[in-house]
Design a protein around this ligand. Structure first.
Ligand code: NAP
Length: 278
């Protein structure tokens, strides 16, 4: 019987733990709660929804967040100036730039402009590098996946963990964190030949490819732990990179929505707390 890895439930437990820590900070007469600046450029509806969810999540754990909603016509220079101001503001602990940015802005330049100690998304090169030594702010989605597996006491040591996808945001950092947990890690991508032959060997299969319901039961070994990072809007619903028909073949699976998504936001809260304490 496949067990659902309930990221919503686990998130609510972790958020309660975070809330208690924030209350302790406030009770200790610290002058303020941890504070994250969220920068949103343009009017992409999905990004606006993500930002609203993040604002609510900060509020629920008594943290502060300030959202900078900028016009689509904002130039790269103007955005860099804002990042610079936020870097130098002692009342701001974390900075998050909602991606994707409009096409005329180079995301890499913007991300690299963020002070690594305030980079709560864990995306700067400094934090990507620090990931290898287990320090710094970890990228939220991969960190959320590992935390979810740990909360269900799924031991990764010695397991064959197959990651499908090698993006800077998910696949690559996730592979590093799996290795840190003593998994035996294989990374696949769009140039991998005979993907199915590799995924069928996975004890833990983690999929972040951005292809709607691409993974079907034929890709799985019986009893696999299946983690679906994908998010797509399809016919008014949210679906993942894996077809739900996969679930019956697994021992544990992450439903979409309601698993990796909430964990990602929870890790953002954790990183903001960590940045406050740096
Ligand atoms: P991305 O930057 O587009 O990267 C996709 C990766 O998948 C690339 O490495 C690509 O290979 C690989 N790939 C694409 N098609 C493939 C195929 N048919 N077979 C094997 N590999 C394939 O995407 P991303 O940012 O990592 O995001 C992946 C998914 O996760 C998206 O659906 C995104 O919306 C979702 N996501 C969810 C959360 C969350 O909080 N739940 C957070 C972030 C992202 P190449 O490198 O060879 O091109």
């Amino acid at each position: 019987m496949a067990i659902k890895l309930d990221g919503k439930l686990v998130s609510s437990i972790i958020r309660e733990e975070i809330k208690q820590e924030v209350l302790e900070i406030l009770n200790d007469q610290e002058d303020r709660a941890p504070h994250c600046a969220v920068v949103l450029v343009g009017d992409d509806p999905a990004s606006s929804t993500y930002v609203k969810n993040k604002e609510k999540a900060f509020k629920d754990v008594f943290m502060m967040s300030s959202t900078y909603r900028l016009d689509n016509s904002t130039t790269q220079k103007e955005l860099l100036d804002i990042i610079h101001l936020l870097n130098n503001d002692d009342d701001i602990d974390g900075i998050l730039v909602q991606l994707p940015l409009p096409k005329h802005i180079d995301s890499k330049v913007i991300i690299e402009a963020i002070d690594p100690n305030k980079d709560v998304d864990g995306l700067t090169m400094v934090n990507q590098g620090k990931l290898y030594s287990g320090i710094g702010l970890e990228p939220c989605t991969p960190a959320g996946v590992i935390e979810l597996l740990k909360r269900y006491e799924i031991d990764l040591a010695g397991k064959h963990c197959v990651v499908v996808g090698r993006s800077d945001l998910v696949g690559r950092p996730l592979s590093v964190l799996l290795l840190k947990e003593n998994g035996t890690v294989t990374i696949c991508h769009s140039k991998t030949s005979d993907l199915k032959a590799i995924t069928q060997q996975a004890d833990v299969l983690l999929v972040a490819i951005g292809q709607k319901q691409f993974i079907t039961p034929e890709y799985l070994k019986e009893g696999v732990v299946l983690v679906d990072v994908g998010i797509h809007r399809h016919l008014g619903k949210i679906v993942g990179d894996c077809d739900p028909s996969c679930y019956d073949k697994t021992s544990y699976y992450t439903p979409v929505p309601g698993s990796v998504g909430p964990m990602t936001i929870t890790m953002l809260l954790k990183n903001t707390l960590k940045a406050f304490n740096l």
